[in-house]
Unconditional design. Structure first.
Length: 249
């Protein structure tokens, strides 16, 4: 299966989005990015070669309630089998590049070289993280995003093997719960996310959750392995009668 980079995670731009004027990338710093996220705003570039970005503030915001994720039995069996090894922050640059790879129906990407540089800087200062999924020594899935106090802002995910991005998301949620995070921002909703418990909420409600999360002193866990998160992962179960979602396109 070819790599699939999805905006966490869907960076498709709904008609109800509110966006500001484009800003030259040279004017953006890691500190400005963090201040934007703290205000509920996130950026993307028009294409891979662009030197500009646009700021987005959706009227409906996607979140994954950290106490409301539902993992279907088949996916839970895969996760708990340990067949795929999961790490954190081992291959941040590789994950970003994989999320930016072309895929059928999406030949361009909003993850430009300048965005990779900016988020790489956030990673080095401890405010951006990646989750990697490995099949042996092969990177087969993962995601990355921004961490700010008690909030994690999902940016993008990819799969090179079936369900690999879902495995990454399950480990992310379990790790955020362990680290006492209170908000996982997914930006928009997608069938992939809603099938696992993701919901859309009004912007005003999102701002309230964000404000609360920014008062929390959460800790990004050092270990996202199955061994470290087994108990937290096991608590994520799909309710009876709820149909699991398919893989993202």
């Amino acid at each position: 299966m070819p790599a699939v980079g999805t905006a966490m995670f869907s960076r498709a731009t709904p008609d109800h989005d509110t966006s500001k004027d484009c800003t030259l990338m040279d004017d953006i710093t890691p500190d400005l990015l963090l201040r934007a996220y703290a205000s509920g705003i996130f950026p993307m570039a028009p294409d891979a070669g662009s030197t500009e970005l646009s700021w987005y503030l959706p009227e409906e915001r996607g979140i994954m309630p950290l106490n409301g994720m539902h993992v279907p039995k088949k996916l839970m069996r895969l996760v708990m089998s340990g067949r795929m090894m999961v790490t954190a922050d081992r291959a941040f640059d590789e994950v970003m590049l994989a999320c930016a790879e072309p895929a059928p129906g999406r030949e361009t990407t909003w993850i430009s070289g300048r965005i990779r540089t900016l988020y790489g800087a956030l990673h080095r200062q401890g405010n951006a993280h990646s989750i990697e999924v490995w099949d042996g020594k092969k990177l087969v899935g993962g995601l990355y995003g921004v961490s700010l106090r008690g909030a994690f802002f999902g940016e993008s995910m990819f799969s090179r093997e079936r369900d690999a991005s879902k495995v990454a998301l399950v480990h992310l949620v379990a790790g955020l719960r362990k680290g006492r995070f209170t908000l996982l921002d997914t930006q928009y909703t997608t069938p992939h996310l809603t099938g696992l418990g993701g919901i859309g909420i009004p912007a005003a409600d999102y701002q309230s959750l964000l404000h609360q999360a920014l008062t929390v002193r959460a800790v990004w866990p050092d270990d996202f392995s199955l061994q470290a998160l087994r108990e937290s992962i096991a608590s994520l179960r799909v309710p009876a009668g709820r149909a699991p979602a398919g893989d993202p396109p």
